[in-house]
Design a protein around this ligand. Structure first.
Ligand SMILES: NC(=O)c1ccc[n+]([C@@H]2O[C@H](COP(=O)([O-])OP(=O)(O)OC[C@H]3O[C@@H](n4cnc5c(N)ncnc54)[C@H](O)[C@@H]3O)[C@@H](O)[C@H]2O)c1
Length: 332
C-alpha cells in the first residue's frame, strides 16, 4: 500500500514516522505547500517521496490512501477530494469544522466503500483502553460523571478556538468509554486576545443522567491533563502528565441507607484500596496507523471511524453554539 501524508507541520512528521514502520505500507509520499517542511521531512525520512503538489497526492493512481494532517478548516475539502478520487482517508482530529461536513464525508466514503478514519489518538493509548476495559467489565459500576481538565499556557491557534483544539481529545475519550448517549450541551467561554475563545467550560448531559464536564484553557500557568470518572462502585483518576501509573482506580464511594420510620437518607463513606493497573505503552499513533491499514486490507471498520468523528464534532459544534448564546442548553 502506498500512503500520501498531506501536511508536515508539527504533527505530520509523527504520522510519517509511524506509517514508515506500519506493516503493509510499501511507500510514503510527503506533501506540504511549504518547501522548508518538505526539506525537513526528506532529511529525517530519506526513503519518502516529497512534493508540493497536493493535487498529485489527492489524484494519483499510484497512491491508495491519504492522511490529512493540515489545519482543521482544510480537512473537509481535502478529505472530500481524496475520497472522490477513490482514496481511503485518515483525517486528523477534529474530523471537520461542522456536522454537515462530517456527514458528507461519511456519505461519500460509504458510497464508494472506502475507509474513513479519524485520528483520535488518545483512544489508542494504553490508559484509555484500560479505562474502557474497566468500565465494560463493570468494575466502576454505573457512571455518575466524566470530568476533565486540559489546560496549559498556549499554544494559541489562529484558525480554531480552545474547544476545537483541546476539548476534541477529551470528548473523544468520553464518547469511547461511556456507552450511554449524550443528549444536550451547554457551555461558557471567553476570548481575551483575538476574538477566539481561549477558555471554555462545557457540560454534556446524557440520556441516563450521567454528566460530562470539560475545562479547556490556553491561559493556565501549569499543564494539567486530568480526567476523573466517578462510578457507583469505584472511581478513576487518569493523569496523563504522570510518567507512570497514569490511571489509578479508587475503591471509594458512598453508601446511602434509610432507616425504617426515619425519612432522612443516611450517607456513609466507603474508602478501600487504590491500585494502578498495568498499561500497555505502545505508541498510540502506531496503533492508529496499523488500524487504518488493517481496515483497508480486511474491509473492516476502523475503531475511530467517521461516525465517531462526527459524534465528537456534534458536541463541539453544540458547545460553540451555546457559548455564542450565553450558555443556552443545546439539544443534540
Ligand atoms: N492527534 C493528535 O494528537 C494531534 C496533535 C497535534 C495536531 N493534530 C492535528 O493535526 C493537524 C495539523 O496540526 P499541526 O499542529 O501539525 O499544524 P501545523 O500548522 O504545524 O502544520 C500544518 C501543515 O499543513 C501544511 N498545509 C496546509 N494546507 C495545505 C495543503 N492544502 N496542502 C499541503 N500542505 C498544507 C502547512 O504548510 C503546514 O506545514 C490539525 O488538524 C491538528 O488538530 C493532532
Amino acid at each position: 500500500m502506498k500512503v500520501g501524508v498531506i501536511g508536515l507541520g508539527y504533527w505530520g512528521p509523527n504520522v510519517v514516522r509511524n506509517f514508515l514502520s506500519t506493516p503493509g505500507v510499501e511507500k510514503v509520499y510527503c506533501c506540504d505547500i511549504d518547501e522548508k517542511r518538505l526539506k525537513f521531512a526528506k532529511s529525517r525520512f530519506p526513503s519518502v517521496e516529497v512534493t508540493t503538489d497536493t493535487e498529485f497526492i489527492l489524484k494519483s493512481p499510484e497512491i491508495d490512501a491519504v492522511a490529512i494532517v493540515t489545519p482543521v478548516a482544510t480537512h473537509y475539502p481535502l478529505a472530500k477530494k481524496a475520497l472522490e478520487n477513490g482514496k481511503h482517508v485518515l483525517v486528523e482530529k477534529p474530523m471537520t469544522s461542522s456536522v454537515r461536513e462530517a456527514e458528507e464525508l461519511i456519505e461519500t466514503s460509504g458510497k464508494r466503500n472506502l475507509v474513513l478514519m479519524v485520528d483520535h489518538t488518545f483512544i489508542f493509548t494504553g490508559a484509555v483502553r484500560k479505562i474502557k476495559e474497566l468500565i465494560e467489565a463493570d468494575e466502576i459500576g454505573d457512571i455518575y460523571y466524566f470530568d476533565s481538565v486540559r489546560v496549559n499556557l498556549g499554544l494559541f491557534q489562529h484558525d480554531v478556538n480552545v474547544i476545537w483544539d483541546l476539548a476534541t481529545h477529551d470528548v473523544s475519550i468520553m464518547n469511547y468509554v461511556i456507552s450511554s448517549k449524550p443528549i444536550s450541551v451547554a457551555a461558557f467561554g471567553a476570548a481575551h486576545y483575538n476574538g477566539i475563545e481561549d477558555i471554555a467550560y462545557i457540560t454534556v448531559n446524557f440520556d441516563n443522567g450521567t454528566i460530562g464536564h470539560f475545562h479547556v484553557n490556553w491561559l493556565a500557568p501549569v499543564k494539567v491533563r486530568r480526567i476523573l470518572i466517578g462510578g457507583t462502585k469505584k472511581m478513576i483518576v487518569y493523569d496523563d502528565t504522570e510518567p507512570s501509573e497514569k490511571v489509578k482506580v479508587y475503591d471509594k464511594g458512598v453508601i446511602a441507607t434509610t432507616q425504617e420510620g426515619i425519612h432522612r437518607v443516611l450517607i456513609s463513606y466507603r474508602t478501600g484500596d487504590m491500585y494502578a493497573p498495568k498499561l500497555d505503552d505502545t505508541e498510540a499513533l502506531s496503533l492508529v496507523c496499523k488500524n487504518f491499514v488493517e481496515s483497508i486490507e480486511n474491509g473492516t471498520k476502523p475503531i475511530t471511524d467517521g461516525i465517531s468523528g462526527l459524534e465528537v464534532v456534534r458536541i463541539l459544534e453544540a458547545a460553540e453554539k451555546s457559548i455564542k448564546n450565553e450558555g443556552k442548553l443545546i439539544k443534540i
